[in-house]
Design a protein around this ligand. Sequence first.
Ligand code: FA5
Length: 333
Amino acid sequence: MLAEATKFEDECLAELSRAADPAALEAWRTRVLGGSGSLKSLMGRLRDVPKAEKPAVGQHLNGVKTRLEEAFEARRAELASRGASGPAIDITEPGTPPPDGRRHVLTRTIDEITEVFGRMGFTVAEGPEVEDEWHNFTALNIPDGHPARDPTDNFYMGGEGAGEGRRLLRTQTSTVQIRALEKQRPPIKIIACGRVYRPDTHDATHFSMFHQVEGLCVDRGVTMVDLKSTLFHFARAYFGEEAEVRMRPSFFPFTEPSAEVDMKMKVKGEWKWVELGGCGMVDPNVLKAVGVDPEEWTGFAFGLGIERIAMRRYGISDIRWLFENDARFLRQF
Ligand code: FA5
């Protein structure tokens, strides 16, 4: 009986390996593994085996059964992967499109801002996020010992000693005014968008990392009128034809005179003045720091918070949502 079972197994496996299409495979399955198939009738004969041999023969027959079933599954998988059981996928069906990626709402805002200023003739400049004290402070007329340099208001990198050698995460994009003027002599008309860092406590309108757009225009005869009209055109182009700009006197070490910029825009259906940043006429000391003669050249500069702009434009009421990376939120824009 044992020898017969082995012979049966060998023959079945040989037949199975000749089954080359789904119909032949199914015929083999019915003939061998089916309810009234040959395996069943072989196993039925266990009844006639003498009692003493039953356990060994029974175990052997179970092994035959398992091996035949496994061989069948393996053969079926093999044929399917070869495409013999018909194509595994229907290539005429429309596919499942992968989900579309999209720009983050801040990236989109930066692109839009760049486009508006680009139309006004501003080119794009860049500077590093890890800065030295010269570009972040000294050249911007913020001397040693100035409270703005306080370690509690800045992210300094390691302790390489005091003075111009120390590095820090830039606190404002005004650093790019200096970088641009070091590279290019006036006339110059640039904007710079990028990340800045401040140890501010997080709340609905403040984050410790945020973005600014810096603008700088240095030429002969540039006045405050140019500054205001530039901001005015930006406001109209970006927030709509009814938007307005207001300047409130303020102080920045690198501009004189200086002002806060507010824009009037619709917030939830109501017109409101919203503070977006600072601006002013480039301080003569800044021009001197980069070797530009303030008697010949004058300029204006501004720096606006990009999150604040995006929040107003897209009706986002909490800055923290911009940085949580929750796709359900980001998908809306
Ligand atoms: C400045 O950073 C100046 N460099 C702006 C400037 C440039 C003045 C050129 C003159 C000439 P201020 O610290 O006010 O200014 O920041 C500008 C804007 O950044 C703020 O109005 C606000 O919109 C945004 N901002 C400031 N702190 C945060 C913060 N923690 N989170 C989000 N946005 C902020």
